[in-house]
Design a protein around this ligand. Sequence first.
Ligand SMILES: NC(=O)c1ccc[n+]([C@@H]2O[C@H](COP(=O)([O-])OP(=O)(O)OC[C@H]3O[C@@H](n4cnc5c(N)ncnc54)[C@H](O)[C@@H]3O)[C@@H](O)[C@H]2O)c1
Length: 330
Amino acid sequence: MPHKIGIVGTGGVGGIHAAILAKDPRVRLQSFFDVEPTRAQAMASKFGGRAAQSPEDLFKDCDAVFVCTPNTTHEEVAMRVLEAGKHVFCEKPFALNLESAARLRDRTVRTGLVYQVGHNRRFAPVYKTLKAAMDAGELRPLSVHAKMNRGELVNPPWVWNARLTGGFLYETPVHMFDLMTFFFGKVEWVQVAARAHEHGELDDFSILINFQSGLQATMKTYAHASWHFPFERFEVYGIHSTYETFEMERLSFTNGLESRTTTYDFSLASMHEKWGYVEEDRLFVDALDGKSGVPVSAEDGFQVVELIEACYQSAREGIRVHLDAPVRKF
Ligand SMILES: NC(=O)c1ccc[n+]([C@@H]2O[C@H](COP(=O)([O-])OP(=O)(O)OC[C@H]3O[C@@H](n4cnc5c(N)ncnc54)[C@H](O)[C@@H]3O)[C@@H](O)[C@H]2O)c1
């Protein structure tokens, strides 16, 4: 029997997941709910299934639910899904503060249900190839620099508003924090300087991350850099070796002082594959099948929130923040 999946929030990213899941023979797209009913109806017309009248109406005939609503609603909607006893895939960010993240993580553990966080970058071929080089010992990272820029905080029109996004770091930069912990393990402390340029919201961050392994990473993330390509890049350095990503299009590396440079180019793959969405959805269905564990767990989501909260505390207080210390709230 196929897994009956519903989608709550049928906007941009809800449409991406629907298009991917519609191609998986293990899945039936059962129902859609959106506070704008015409959007849910449009998706039901396109992919089959029905437009539900409420989240609870949707839960009635689903085994698992994709939560693709705006950031501020994730905890509330995901909690309702868990209470209904259904498995959850919830878009990033996992939560917008530590209390919320702890509540969701603990509830997930108590229910024993699958809860996957939408940190798709882990499954982008560029980042999978970089991780594989580290796992194979071909690259032994000694130093890291990363950047994640936006062109503006204008489109969509609410994106500058921290009350709606949770703060700039919870927007796209959240992916880089997830990759940092995925690649390099647990963080010991962070030291951050930040400024606000346009909207009174901190939008220009210089971040130093010290991992428990002793590795140090710097990260720059800036909200109104122009859309100059690439917005996103990892540079990872070993002894006489450099690995460098170029958006999710290419990975180049040079191992040794007189070695040639090798480039993997994924630019011809579809955007859904290049950005990791296809694989994250496949792995979610694998987890529903019991074939494998959850690839990005509630605990992973919690750790990213913990790291971001530590960055905000460091920026606001001008201090080094250790992650095992309690993070103060604002
Ligand atoms: N992983 C990624 O690469 C990625 C990419 C884009 C967006 N996202 C995340 O996905 C989420 C949605 O982003 P989007 O770009 O699709 O936004 P969007 O505005 O295109 O879509 C959101 C939809 O949710 C609906 N909605 C709002 N509140 C609702 C509620 N309480 N119940 C049901 N429906 C509700 C809106 O009407 C809208 O149709 C955000 O949290 C965003 O951070 C992740």
